[in-house]
Design a protein around this ligand. Sequence first.
Ligand SMILES: *[C@@H]1O[C@H](CO)[C@@H](O)[C@H](O)[C@H]1NC(C)=O
Ligand SMILES: *[C@@H]1O[C@H](CO)[C@@H](O)[C@H](O)[C@H]1NC(C)=O
Ligand SMILES: *[C@@H]1O[C@H](CO)[C@@H](O)[C@H](O)[C@H]1NC(C)=O
Ligand SMILES: *[C@@H]1O[C@H](CO)[C@@H](O)[C@H](O)[C@H]1NC(C)=O
Length: 336
Amino acid sequence: MHFFNFLATVLAASAVSAHPGADIEAEILETREQISQLEHRNLDHCTEILKRDGVFQRGIERRMATFERLRAERYLNGLAPRADPINTSHKSNKPYTLNTLASTIFASNTSCLLSPEVTEGPYYVTGEYIRSDLVENQPGVKLHLDILVLDTTTCKPVPNVFVEIWQTNSTGVYSGVVANGNGNFADKTNNKKSWLRGAQKTSADGVVEFGTIFPGHYTGRTTHIHTLVHTNAAAAQNNGTLIDTGASHVGQFFFDQSLITIVERTSPYTSNKQTLTTNAQDGILKEQSKVGDPFINYVFLAGGDSVSAGLLGWISFGINPKLSKTVKAATKFTGN
Ligand SMILES: *[C@@H]1O[C@H](CO)[C@@H](O)[C@H](O)[C@H]1NC(C)=O
Ligand SMILES: *[C@@H]1O[C@H](CO)[C@@H](O)[C@H](O)[C@H]1NC(C)=O
Ligand SMILES: *[C@@H]1O[C@H](CO)[C@@H](O)[C@H](O)[C@H]1NC(C)=O
Ligand SMILES: *[C@@H]1O[C@H](CO)[C@@H](O)[C@H](O)[C@H]1NC(C)=O
């Protein structure tokens, strides 16, 4: 007889006999009689089998994991509640002097997931150049971006995929699209422009770097940079452009409000007359912040809080290379 059958038998016996007014002595005798008939009186014989089958070990691990999880849920594990990234500084918090070890400054990182659910927005243009320097002639605070792409299913860097970015110039206008609400609608030449747009293939270590400028704000959105990941290597054209509206992962990068404020005090950002939307007011940022930290970490190259020499920014994000969707391009770039 198995342990559980044994239990059931005992429980059944108590159920019928253990009621008020019953003869306790008789019940004891009855129970003793039942037990004497059992083939196994306890679980001792199972010990070796349970050990062999890993049941004990899994039990220990499971309870340990539950213990850790319950403590973490109650913030008893030494870690603070997850901070809202919107309220968190992404400036490298290491004192920055000429003697500061680079390895100290660049240890900090944030990470976000790029999911196909985040919008590409209305100003995506396909057919842009594969290049690292996107500035062309746009004035503004120089921003060098270091982007690391990780595979969320393996936690390894993702080599040989195209990371594409596009953003506004310092006064909040996108190149490449003539649209109401995007700069001067009457200026039809904007269709032929490709500044602040481009793609790069990730290195063996899953990294791309871009030279760009800090984007300006435009009405209705906080300051951001759009990004897509194209896993289709064949999308690269012979003329050095990338044409792909498929197999893409979509996301946006954001900047600390304090950094936006510093940049916006400088020219030509000061000439931007569009309404400023803050991070705290931006619905898309709020959604992305629920699952990750889509903020760019940064350091002022000149030290202090001076943008005179520009910024170095960095971010890691995860993609699932097996996910894909079709993005909507406003138009295709066909040359200047
Ligand atoms: C953090 O965010 C909340 C709401 O988004 C805001 O009310 C609060 O002032 C923020 N705190 C700081 C320190 O920025
Ligand atoms: C980010 O940094 C923290 C601490 O410095 C480290 O534990 C974590 O693994 C890093 N995350 C990534 C994705 O590199
Ligand atoms: C941003 O781009 C628009 C459209 O080309 C242009 O009119 C504006 O002058 C640019 N901003 C700056 C600061 O050059
Ligand atoms: C690059 O080549 C493709 C065809 O291979 C063409 O569709 C596209 O317009 C070209 N782009 C430019 C900028 O010349």
